[in-house]
Ligand binder design. Structure first.
Ligand SMILES: Nc1ncnc2c1ncn2[C@@H]1O[C@H](COP(=O)(O)OP(=O)(O)OP(=O)(O)O)[C@@H](O)[C@H]1O
Length: 251
């Protein structure tokens, strides 16, 4: 469903040139929830941004549904692939109502029955249809992330790229959003590629996971093997060990 082959990406030029992705390879199957883990700066978000068309100077081959992606955002790509960002505070326009936020993509893509689609989507993500006239600042963090998820799903994409979708939220609402994502994935048969720092989230939600370090994929394994401590690479074993002993990870 999602193919990433020999993905390379650098920023800057000449002596400022800084390569951040090195021959990254991933193959995410249809209907799969695939996690991307690794230390800060390892290139996880950059992979998502290449797939979302937010970076266009990459080299390699990216495919969705076996269709190669161009180096710029196209409307068909937007319809198929949507991204949900970490920060629901920054990603919603503060002066637009929820109704405006959800209607805008429909308007851009010339999709009809907008009002009906907006109310259906609000209810699908567990928000009251009467809240269409509310502004983002009138919502809690978890409710805002529900709006961000609704906005991503309103174009009925096949793939969601999720960049730490719960890490900016209170611990108490993280599980609610993870459960919502899990339910939506099953109902809509979506494919997720999800960046997270949290191996607990991986264990709860993902089927397989790729481990990144310094812009490279070190290994890809299924979550059962990860949880059972069967990672082949010492760095992955260290991540698993640190997640079992958070006091070590914090040092
Ligand atoms: N627009 C940019 N210009 C220059 N360098 C960038 C840009 N975006 C990302 N980078 C660099 O690319 C590298 C990978 O960043 P990326 O955000 O993908 O890491 P990450 O693994 O998602 O980290 P985190 O978990 O902290 O979000 C970092 O060294 C970062 O500084």
């Amino acid at each position: 469903m999602i193919g990433v082959q020999n993905l390379n990406l650098s920023f800057g030029e000449d002596e400022q040139r800084h390569q951040v992705l090195f021959d990254v390879n991933l193959a995410v199957r249809e209907g799969e929830i695939f996690g991307l883990v690794g230390e800060s700066g390892s290139g996880k978000t950059t992979v998502l941004k290449c797939l979302a068309g937010l970076f266009n100077h990459w080299q390699g081959e990216l495919t969705i549904d076996d269709q190669p992606l161009a180096h710029r955002i196209t409307r068909p790509l937007c319809r198929k692939v949507q991204m949900v960002f970490q920060d629901p505070y920054g990603s919603l326009h503060p002066r637009h109502t929820l109704g405006d936020i959800l209607e805008e993509p429909l308007h851009i893509h010339g999709i009809s029955q907008r009002q009906q689609r907006v109310t259906t989507m609000l209810e699908k993500v567990g928000l009251n249809r009467a809240w269409q006239t509310r502004y983002p600042h009138q919502l809690s963090g978890g409710q805002r992330q529900r709006v961000a998820i609704a906005r991503a799903l309103i174009l009925e994409p096949r793939v969601l790229l999720l960049d730490e979708p719960t890490s900016a939220l209170d611990v108490s609402v993280q599980a609610e959003i993870l459960n919502l994502l899990s339910d939506l994935q099953q109902q809509e048969n979506l494919t997720y590629l999800m960046v997270t720092h949290d191996l607990g989230v991986v264990a709860h939600l993902c089927h397989r996971v790729a481990v990144m370090q310094h812009g490279k994929v070190l290994e890809t394994l299924d979550v059962e093997s990860l949880v059972a401590g069967q990672a082949a690479v010492p760095y992955t074993q260290m991540l698993v060990e640190a997640s079992r002993h958070p006091e070590i990870a914090a040092v």
